[in-house]
Structure formats: structure tokens, C-alpha cells
Design a protein around this ligand. Structure first.
Ligand code: ZN
Length: 307
């Protein structure tokens, strides 16, 4: 078994904080599992959404920066985040997303954007599973998003990125996939393990609102993370120190095409600082910022959290 088991989360920049909550917890019906701040900049929120418990691979996270420039998806970024739904739910989603979806090339998927222009895709997934549905979601259980289906990395050239995915991170190339992208899967049969790599369809990108900040892969524990770090350093990657994100521990590096990637540990998970029944219902601060709670809370915009 490789030390990378698939995706952990995707993190993007958004504008208005409330609009982001209303879209992801409302329209898409995900559970808001954590309301915290950007650990590196506590003047901004950090929202996590996922299944009922925040299983790695189901997690989308956002930094709201209302004054940031509008970004443009393109080369050197993750450009499309695809979400897994049951095949039988596509009519439900076409209906729910009518007005914001754009024509898709494929019958089994729906392309749409979030309110900041972040490109998303609903995919009718023959291998759909959702072991932890969210009982209070506005989306009925049988139609709910089951996590990330894949993330598409946009590259100038595919070769070097493919080499890193296969030779260092242990992904397998799926040569049978009938899509214009190159498809890679973390080995094994676990969920949320697909990465698409493409060199067509997008020009130069610009970071900002409505674009992906980074993509995180999951690794079981600190030891496996250390092995991945060693392997990355051996091929010349510049890898960050381990950062404690309270809910997981992370290292960061850029793949050869420039996309910022993270390797995050599976645990300890989102119930470390609040009751599993109360995830996402109050602002949680990392220990380093707790002493300044009053000041931080006063400066952050007020939110209407999902009921
Ligand atoms: Zn991250």
C-alpha cells in the first residue's frame, strides 16, 4: 500500500463568508463541520464542509477574503473540483442547479460554478458511497454528495506532474479512461482517490476569489507523512515543515507545474475540540489564537450558521 491513500480536501478562496455558507451548506447540502480562522491569518475565517463527520476525501474548505481580486482558473491551479453523487440523482441535481449550471460535454455530469465562480462538477458516480450522510441536510439523503470524485490539475505539460504522481506519490495511471484528461488513482479501492491532469482547455490562471488555493492528499499518520516528505525531498521538492492544523497535520509543496499540494494526516479529525453533534456551530480557535478571541471575534463578520 502506498503512503498516499487519496484526497483529503480541496481549499479555495471565496468572497463573502455568508454567501459561501448559504451555497455549500444550503444549495449543495454539505455539513458545515468547522468554523475556525485561517491559522496563518486569524483575521479571516476558515470554513470546512463535508459529510456528517468530515471524512477525509469529502472535505471542501474556504478562506473568505471579500476584498481579494477575482481569480481566474488556469495553468498551475486545480481548475475543476468534481463531486460524487448517485447516478439516479442527476435529475434532482439538474433541477436544483438550474440557472447556475452550464452545458456539459457528458451526460453523467453537470458543470456549474459557486457564487464566486469556482468551477465545480457533479458526477453521477457508479461507485458512489456515502457512509456518513448528513441527517439535517436540505438535500434528501438519497441524493446527497458523497465527497470529492476528482480534482483536475491544469498543467502546461503533463509529463513531470504525471511522473511525480506515479513515481513519488504512488498513483496509478488509468490508461483506459475515456476522457481527454490523464487520470490517476491512488492504489487500492478506497473512496476519493482520483486526480485528473489536463493540458487543454485553460490558459494562464490568476489566483484570487473563485480559484483553488491548494489540494490536499491524505496519508494515514505522522510516520507515513515523514516517508512521503523524504521521497519528495529526494526528487528535489521544497517541502514545508510539519504544520499542526489541530484536525490534521500537514506538509506543503508545489508540484512541478506549480499547483500547491498538501499531505495531511487522516487524524485526529474534527471532533477534537467540539462534540460530534455540535460540529460547526461555534467559532473554534487554535490554541495560539485563543487568548485573542475577543478581538478576533469582533473583527470577523457576523454569520448566520445553518440551523
Ligand atoms: Zn489544506
Amino acid at each position: 500500500m502506498s503512503d498516499i491513500h487519496g484526497l483529503h480536501h480541496m481549499t479555495a478562496i471565496c468572497g463573502d463568508a455568508q454567501q459561501n455558507i448559504d451555497f455549500y451548506a444550503g444549495t449543495l447540502g454539505l455539513r458545515l463541520i468547522k468554523v475556525t480562522v485561517n491559522f496563518d491569518d486569524p483575521t479571516a475565517y476558515h470554513f470546512y464542509y463535508g459529510d456528517a463527520v468530515g471524512t477525509p476525501g469529502t472535505i471542501l474548505t474556504f478562506f473568505p477574503y471579500p476584498t481579494s481580486q477575482q481569480g481566474r482558473p488556469g495553468i498551475g491551479q486545480a481548475v475543476v473540483t468534481s463531486l460524487s453523487v448517485p447516478m439516479s440523482s442527476l435529475d434532482f441535481w439538474r433541477n436544483r442547479l438550474s440557472g447556475i449550471s452550464t452545458p456539459s460535454e457528458y451526460d453523467h455530469s453537470i458543470d456549474f460554478s459557486d457564487p464566486d465562480g469556482l468551477l465545480l462538477r457533479i458526477v453521477g458516480d457508479p461507485h458512489y458511497k456515502n457512509p456518513n450522510p448528513w441527517s439535517k441536510s436540505p438535500v434528501p439523503r438519497e441524493f446527497q454528495i458523497g465527497g470529492i470524485y476528482s480534482v483536475t490539475l491544469q498543467e502546461q505539460e503533463v509529463e513531470r506532474t504525471a511522473g511525480l504522481l506515479m513515481r513519488v506519490l504512488g498513483f496509478d495511471h488509468d490508461g483506459d479512461a475515456e476522457v481527454p484528461e490523464y487520470v490517476f488513482n491512488a492504489p487500492g479501492n478506497q473512496l476519493h482517490r482520483r486526480i485528473d491532469v489536463s493540458n487543454i482547455g485553460f490558459g494562464s490562471g490568476r489566483p484570487g476569489r473563485g480559484t483553488v488555493h491548494h489540494v490536499a492528499f491524505r496519508t494515514p499518520d505522522d510516520e507515513s507523512q515523514e516517508r512521503v516528505k523524504t521521497a519528495l525531498v529526494e526528487v528535489g521538492a521544497s517541502v514545508s515543515e510539519v504544520r499542526d492544523r489541530d484536525y490534521f497535520r500537514s506538509i506543503y509543496f508545489r508540484e512541478p507545474g506549480g499547483v500547491l499540494l498538501e499531505i495531511a494526516t487522516q487524524g485526529p479529525g474534527f471532533a477534537t475540540d467540539e462534540d460530534p453533534n455540535e460540529l460547526g456551530t461555534a467559532l473554534k480557535l487554535p490554541k495560539i489564537h485563543e487568548a485573542h478571541r475577543e478581538k478576533i471575534e469582533a473583527e470577523l463578520p457576523k454569520l448566520r450558521l445553518p440551523a
